[in-house]
Design a protein around this ligand. Structure first.
Ligand code: 2AM
Length: 557
């Protein structure tokens, strides 16, 4: 196994390794790439301390191998409600089972990424931390749980944990002769101010949805992207909502407040620096405390997250302030209860091979009426309504290294992407077209009604007639009495779907995580079971092998 590991070693080419150099394994559990990118940061730092870093996704290692490792960092995000990220699932299953090996040799530390707006904050990291200790491993450094603004705490953690991991190790000269790929100066910390070139409505005017096509210029930025990547947009808040909030606070908006050691007016701070739509937990708790409201306090104390979520559904920060006019906050107090404004990530819907200077996005505008007011999603309506020729859209990219067109151009691709889930598959198809890839392509698409929601219809039909799209199956759920979904189409064509998998096909899913992706997963198991003539256990194993081979990958949200 060690010989095998060395051949996979990342970041070690060019280093002078003595036999005594200490290996530091860095395993990442990543859904959107943040943990993965931190794992590479950790590796660079480890190298400068004379360690030999070995970076791996959690799906690239077997449980038995863990027992031979002495120094380990685990960097993992949490997915949805406390779940492991997709690439960590199988290792976790093995590690949490009864037959997991003892890990007496192991010294480890865990960095957990999460989002405090979820109840099971950083649960995946907590689970690993607890489990490794239960298996006899030595926790060398306290776990740190990072909220969405993870950069600073992650940096701090790394600066402390790496020297500990290196402590007592024989240091060796590290000469890195590897040329680093030239990187753009623009990144998360320094987003590129881009121009919006196109903002076009895709759905028909009388659709129940508003889905838009955007094209954003990256000319001159030095940025580039791969089909499958996401682009992050740093929005600003709606000035009308800011004005209403300022009024509800009894302020003028001109109050000067320090934000990140810079003075700015309350209005500007609310517009550009804070999440003002979704109320933070801290704000809800403070309002409950100060108002003494029985219903809200009872809900918070009962700890029933579903009931609390029901109560909060469609209620934003302004609703809460207006509901409890007796609760008064100073401008400074109020800002302290808000979370910093976050970027939003969107799956890119173009291939840079066809559009080197532009990025296309396919975004549904979030708009709804609730509690007597009209509500707008922060970033989707920032793009739809607020950006014009005079505005710079601040953007950066996050790679999604697992979600890629197969490197083998001959292998089949099966893509399931209803609604805006089509975005990365439009990119994949453009990519295959540019590469003149000969592999077969099969798209499952759907939405409510064909007449209004068949987005990119002309393009898709053109791809069909020019042969790029080998198969197209559509599921318009509301065009007939009974609901028809993409997973129903999968089952109708189960025999052929299984045949494509047997030919080495890739199975991609993009879109709604909570209902669609779960049901598609179930349908995939059913198809394999039926047409592969397998038992349930065998079908599960078949799917697990697909995941391991990175032939079943999802971009779901
Ligand atoms: P519905 O709203 O008519 O039920 C995109 O939103 C499409 O996904 C819609 O056609 C929607 O159908 C459909 N959808 C809803 N629930 C789904 C599920 N569990 N699996 C697959 N598609 C679903």
């Amino acid at each position: 196994f060690f010989a095998g590991m060395h051949s996979h070693m990342l970041h070690s080419a060019g280093s002078v390794n003595s036999a005594n150099a200490r290996n530091l394994h860095i395993l990442f559990g990543s859904q959107t790439g943040n943990s993965e990118s931190l794992a590479h940061d950790a590796a660079a730092r480890a190298k400068s301390h004379g360690l030999v870093p070995i970076v791996k996704g959690m799906d690239e290692i077997e449980i038995g191998q863990l027992a031979n490792i002495e120094y380990l960092l685990i960097i993992t995000s949490t997915y949805g409600e406390g779940a492991m990220p997709d690439n960590a699932e199988m290792l976790w299953e093995a590690a949490s089972g009864d037959s997991a090996p003892r890990l007496e040799k192991l010294n480890y530390a865990v960095l957990a990424l999460g989002d405090t707006s979820y109840d099971l904050f950083c649960q995946a990291g907590k689970d690993w931390d607890e489990r490794l200790q239960a298996l006899g491993a030595n926790r060398l450094f306290e776990r740190v749980d990072c909220d969405v603004d993870f950069e600073a705490p992650a940096e701090q953690w790394l600066s402390e944990v790496i020297p500990l991991m290196a402590d007592g190790a024989e240091t060796v000269a590290v000469v890195d002769t590897e040329a680093q790929p030239s990187k753009s100066q623009y990144n998360r910390k320094n987003p590129f101010p881009a121009k919006l070139l196109v903002n076009r409505l895709l759905t028909a005017g009388d659709s129940s949805k508003e889905t838009r096509h955007y094209e954003i210029s990256i000319a001159g930025s030095g940025l580039n992207y791969e089909a499958g990547d996401a682009m992050c947009v740093v929005p600003t808040n709606c000035p009308l909502l800011v004005a209403d909030l300022v009024k509800a606070l009894g302020c003028s908006g001109a109050e000067e407040e320090p934000v990140n050691s810079e003075l700015m007016t309350l209005s500007e701070a609310l517009r550009t620096h804070f999440e003002i739509k979704t109320p933070s937990k801290e704000l809800i708790e403070e309002i409950a405390k100060r108002s003494g409201d029985q219903e809200l306090n009872a809900l918070l104390q009962a700890g029933d997250k579903d009931k609390l979520a029901d109560y909060l559904w469609g209620r934003d920060t302004l609703d809460l302030l207006m509901q409890f006019p007796g609760v008064e906050f100073s401008a400074a107090e109020f800002l302290r209860l808000l979370k910093p404004l976050q970027h939003r990530a969107y799956s890119i819907s173009s291939s840079s091979k066809q559009h080197p200077d532009a990025v296309h996005l396919t975004v549904a505008s979030v708009r709804y009426d609730a509690h007597g007011r009209h509500h707008k999603g922060v970033c989707s309506t920032y793009l739809a309504d607020l950006v014009d020729e005079t505005t710079d859209v601040r953007i950066f990219f996050t790679p999604n290294n697992n979600f890629r067109v197969p490197s083998d151009d001959n292998l089949p691709m099966i893509m399931v992407g209803p609604g805006t889930g089509i975005a990365p598959f439009r990119a994949f198809l453009q990519e295959r077209q540019a590469r003149k890839a000969s592999g077969k392509n099969w798209l499952f698409f759907g939405d409510r009604n064909a007449a209004t929601d068949f987005i990119y219809r002309n393009e898709i039909e053109a791809m069909q007639s020019n042969g790029l799209l080998t198969k197209l199956d559509l599921a318009f759920s509301r065009d007939q009495a009974e609901k028809i979904y993409v997973q129903d189409r999968m089952k109708e064509h189960g025999a052929e779907l299984f045949a494509w998998l047997e030919q080495g096909g890739y199975f991609f899913v993009c879109g709604d995580a909570y209902r669609m992706a779960k049901d598609v997963d179930q349908a995939l198991h059913d198809v394999i079971r039926e047409h592969g003539k397998m038992t349930l256990v065998e079908a599960v194993e078949y799917v697990n092998q697909l995941k391991k081979d990175k032939r079943y990958v999802r971009d779901v949200y």
